[in-house]
Design a protein around this ligand. Structure first.
Ligand code: HEC
Length: 220
């Protein structure tokens, strides 16, 4: 009985050894159960990534935190104030819009972005009466600022608007994750063009205006 077991075990070992020592040319790769682990999906830095989406790989070219994508404007240079502190909120008044005045096409895009992201509260007329507020009948609890008639906001410097849009203000949330830095500055150009004394774009490309602010302390 015992010897039969030993013989069987021996036979199995020999067969397995023979099977694993097939040194002939292999034409097929073995079975791969988890291809993602067998083949790297690493994204090469300067490679063409246009075909990744077709291959079912999610890739949106979002730059690594702290880096700036080519063609994007530098991050808003001021950090968010701690609760109760307003140092950077006040300092933000000095920061100029790094984008040159928008031409008609870019202004139309800025208006589109405004209507999607801001109009719901501030209204398409920028009068603080969007569908979420609806003169107090809507679900939003407090009146969003009237961006064209409020005595402070209608004269607010671009940099301070950017501060509030980037970090939020009381019941208004931050838009830093929904809109890129450039998109936020574009919207601010649009808001200012609608405010009293605001300049509407001409059909021709406008000349560049203020240079970019100091961006060495880039954070957001
Ligand atoms: C969910 C509603 C809501 C949305 C959406 C919204 N806001 Fe506001 N916004 C408010 C409210 C409410 C205030 C008033 C905050 C306060 O002073 O208490 C405000 C204030 C402001 C101010 C004045 C900030 C300050 O420092 O006093 C600006 C400028 C502004 N919003 C611009 C925008 C822009 C641009 C967008 C789109 C990117 C936007 N808001 C989206 C509700 C909203």
């Amino acid at each position: 009985m015992r010897s039969t077991k030993i013989v069987t075990l021996g036979l199995v070992t020999v067969v397995l050894a023979a099977a694993s020592c097939n040194n002939g040319p292999r034409r097929e790769p073995g079975k791969i159960y988890m291809p993602d682990m067998a083949y790297s999906r690493a994204v090469e830095t300067y490679a063409d990534h246009s075909n990744l989406t077709e291959a079912g790989i999610y890739y949106d070219a979002t730059p690594v935190a702290g880096t700036v994508k080519r063609g994007e404007v530098a991050y808003f240079p001021l950090t968010q104030d701690k609760v109760g502190d307003t140092t950077n909120y006040v300092a933000s008044k000095q920061i100029a819009n790094p984008l040159p005045a928008l031409n008609e096409k870019d202004m139309a895009e800025a208006k589109r972005l405004y209507n999607i992201n801001c109009g719901i509260c501030h209204g398409e007329k920028l009068d603080g009466n969007g569908p979420l507020y609806k003169g107090g009948d809507g679900p939003y609890p407090i009146a969003p600022k009237n961006l064209v008639a409020d005595p402070v906001v209608s004269k607010m410097p671009a940099g301070q608007m950017m501060y509030s849009v980037t970090y939020g203000k009381n019941l208004m949330g931050s838009y830093a994750s929904q809109l890129s830095t450039k998109q936020r500055w574009m919207i601010i150009h649009y808001v200012q063009s609608m405010q009293p004394g605001g300049v509407k774009p001409s059909a021709a490309d406008a000349a560049p205006t203020a240079p970019a602010a100091d961006t060495t302390k880039a954070t957001k």
